[in-house]
Design a protein around this ligand. Structure first.
Ligand code: BV8
Length: 232
C-alpha cells in the first residue's frame, strides 16, 4: 500500500482563525522574527517572547479544527498504508481533528520546556519569565517551540518517512523555512509523487508535480476523496 507523507503549514489553520506568518496581516507583520522567535530574542527579552506565545496559546485554545484537518484525519483512518503528518504548526488542531501520527517539527504551544534540566510538561495557559520548572525548580522555563537557529524536532522519524514516501503532499506552507522547505524536492528525488495545496504557488512550487490552488477547506477534502477513491 502507498506510503503518504503530508507537510502542513500555517495555511491549513488559517480558516480556523489562526494567523499565518507571511500573509498580509500575518504574525510577522506585527512582530520581527528577531524579536520573538529566536533564542537570542528570548534571552534578551523573555517577557516579550512569552507575551507573543501567551497570545497565540490563547487564540489556539479557542480555535476549532476545520474541514481540512478533519479530511486528513479521515484519510489516516481509511488509508490502508502508512501515513505521517509532519506539521510546522504549533497549534493542536490535527490532534483535535483525530489525527494520531503527527510530528510537530517546530514544537507545540501546549508544551513547556526547562532550559536547565530539559524536563517537559504541559504548558499553563500563560507563561512568565519567573516561572519555575516543576522538576528542578530553576526559573528557566520556555515554550517548547523550535526557534530560528534551533534544530527542528523529529528528524529520526521524518527522514526515513521522506525516503519511503510514494506520495508527498504540502498543504498551506509558503516553502520559505528550512529544512521543511526542502522536503518536497528531497521526496521527489527519492521517487515520491509531490502535490502542493495552496492559495497561491509557494516559493518552492517547482518541486511539485501536481498542484491544487484554493482554500484548504475546499481543496483538501477533494484531494482526500480522490486519494481514497484511487484505492492507494
Ligand atoms: C535550522 C516557531 C539547523 C514556531 C518557526 C538552509 C538549511 C537549513 C536551515 C536554514 C537554511 N537557510 C536558512 C536557514 C535557517 C532558518 C530558515 O529557514 N530561515 C528562513 C527564514 C530563510 N531555519 C531554521 O533556523 C530552522 N532550524 O535550520 O536548524 C538545522 C537544520 C537541519 C538539520 C540540522 C540543523 C528552524 C526553523 C523553525 C523556526 N520556527 N516558528 C512558531 O512561532 O510558530 S518558523 C515559522 O515559519 C513557523 O514554524 C511556520 O510554521 C513556519 C513556516 O511558515 P508557514 O507555515 O509556511 O506559514 P507562512 O505564513 O509562511 O505561509 C502560509 C502559507 O499558507 C502561504 O503559502 C499561503 O498561501 C497559504 N495559505 C494561507 N491561507 C490559506 C493557505 N493555503 C490554503 N488555504 C488557506 N486558507
Amino acid at each position: 500500500m502507498e506510503k503518504i507523507v503530508i507537510l502542513t503549514g500555517a495555511g491549513i489553520s488559517a480558516e480556523s482563525g489562526l494567523s499565518t506568518f507571511r500573509d498580509n496581516g500575518g504574525l510577522w507583520a506585527g512582530n520581527r522574527v528577531e524579536d520573538v522567535a529566536t533564542p537570542e530574542a528570548f534571552a534578551r527579552d523573555p517577557a516579550l517572547v512569552h507575551a507573543f506565545y501567551n497570545a497565540r496559546r490563547a487564540k489556539a485554545a479557542m480555535a476549532e479544527p476545520n474541514a481540512a484537518h478533519l479530511a486528513l484525519a479521515q484519510l489516516e483512518a481509511s488509508h490502508k498504508g502508512d501515513m505521517l503528518i509532519i506539521t510546522q504548526n504549533v497549534d493542536n488542531l490535527h490532534a483535535r481533528a483525530g489525527s494520531r501520527n503527527v510530528v510537530h517539527m517546530h514544537g507545540r504551544l501546549s508544551g513547556a520546556l526547562c532550559q536547565a534540566c530539559s524536563h517537559r510538561w504541559e504548558a499553563p495557559r500563560e507563561m512568565y519569565p519567573d516561572d519555575t520548572c516543576p522538576a528542578c525548580h530553576a526559573p528557566q522555563t520556555r515554550p517548547d517551540i523550535v526557534w530560528f537557529g534551533e534544530v527542528p524536532y523529529g528528524a529520526d522519524v521524518i527522514d526515513p518517512a521522506l525516503a519511503a514516501a510514494d506520495v508527498f503532499i504540502a498543504i498551506g506552507t509558503s516553502g520559505q523555512v528550512y529544512p521543511a522547505a526542502a522536503f518536497a524536492q528531497h521526496a521527489a528525488r527519492l521517487g515520491a509523487h509531490t502535490i502542493e495545496v495552496n492559495l497561491a504557488p509557494a516559493a518552492n512550487a517547482r518541486d511539485f508535480a501536481e498542484s491544487h490552488t484554493g482554500p484548504a477547506t475546499q481543496r483538501v477534502p477533494e484531494l482526500v476523496s480522490a486519494l481514497l477513491g484511487a484505492r492507494l
